[in-house]
Design a protein around this ligand. Structure first.
Ligand code: PSU
Ligand code: MN
Length: 306
């Protein structure tokens, strides 16, 4: 539903009106999650992959205070070049971004909000925010989790990163009634690697099965989101010791430097990339591609099942 705050790209609008599949994509991953120019290349390629798999991509952002569902290529390039200078906008940042007319990169939470306003149900990203290590003291819990609790969008991601406290993230999602589903796996994927020791709630083995569960959640009037966790393809998964070592050092450095609040996730991602000499970035890019593909397939199955 278009409003004075929301602008839906014509192509996305048409797809929604025709009942053809659409996949939402976030933009904090572009501005804060990856360096330029890989961020822009990845964002554009992700849109291409969504198309190749039969859906229309809708990258979201806030441009000049407008909530945008579907960006032009130039807008993606603009956000990617501006990088950390763009305001990272989670739910709490939306009012000021609109009122003051500034640009914002949308986190998972804000992308879910915009997707839901526009009528887009399936969203692909790399990783979600979660309960950070040490949250017992810092209370650093991403607004993404609260959004999953309250907004009826399926988020396709590569599981949880070990920069987070994974068991606590799963506990939080359980409390909030968010199903955590493994795509072809019984164990929660650990982002850079295919598996962790933690079990998902349910496993599905096809886009149709995932779409059916989401359809049931909608049909039953449950207003919660759904988390579909898709393991990184085998050939791109990282060595567990290497990545865990890098994460440990990054978390330690963040603690020593007193990094907190919205800076925490971008700081940890950049550090891990530096420590692994960029190989974590390569893995990150590949897993996003894979999530875009699966999300498009689920969006297609969801539209066909309706
Ligand atoms: N995890 C990643 N890459 C990312 C993010 C998380 O692997 O780019 C971004 C997403 O936009 C996510 C946000 O919604 O960080 C979470 O930030 P915070 O923890 O401050 O809520
Ligand atoms: Mn946080």
């Amino acid at each position: 539903m278009e409003s004075k705050y929301l602008e839906i790209a014509p192509e996305v609008q048409k797809a929604l009106a025709d009942g053809t599949p659409v996949v939402a994509l976030e933009s904090t991953i572009i501005s804060h999650g990856m360096p330029y120019p890989q961020n822009v290349e990845t964002a554009l390629k992700v849109e291409e992959i969504v198309r190749e798999n039969g859906a229309v991509p809708a990258t979201t952002a806030i441009i000049g205070g407008k909530l945008k569902c579907g960006l032009k290529k130039e807008e993606i390039e603009y956000l990617g070049k501006k990088g950390l200078e763009v305001t990272k906008c989670s739910r709490r940042d939306i009012p000021m971004a609109i009122a003051r007319g500034f640009d914002g990169a949308t986190t998972v939470a804000t992308t879910m909000i915009i997707a839901n306003m526009a009528g887009v149900s399936i969203f692909a990203t790399g990783g979600i925010g979660g309960v950070h290590r040490g949250a017992q003291e810092t209370m650093d819990i991403s607004a993404d989790l609260e959004e999953l609790a309250n907004t009826p969008v399926m988020v396709v991601c590569a599981g949880a990163k070990a920069i987070l406290d994974i068991p606590l993230t799963l506990e939080y999602l359980e409390t909030k009634g968010v199903p955590v589903i493994g795509y072809g796996t019984d164990n929660l994927p650990a982002f850079y690697t295919r598996g962790s020791q933690f079990k998902v709630d349910y496993r599905v083995d096809s886009p149709e099965e995932a779409a059916k569960a989401f359809e049931a959640q909608r049909g039953a009037g449950l207003h919660t989101g759904m988390l579909l966790t898709n393991p990184i393809p085998e050939e791109f998964s990282m060595d567990e010791d290497t990545i865990n070592g890098a994460i440990e050092s990054a978390v330690k450095e963040a603690e020593e430097k007193g990094i907190k609040g919205k800076e925490s996730t971008p700081f940890l991602l950049a550090k891990v990339k530096d420590i692994t000499a960029g190989s974590s970035l390569d893995a990150n890019i590949q897993l996003v591609f894979n999530n875009a593909k699966v999300a498009a397939q689920i969006a297609k199955a969801y539209c066909e099942g309706k």
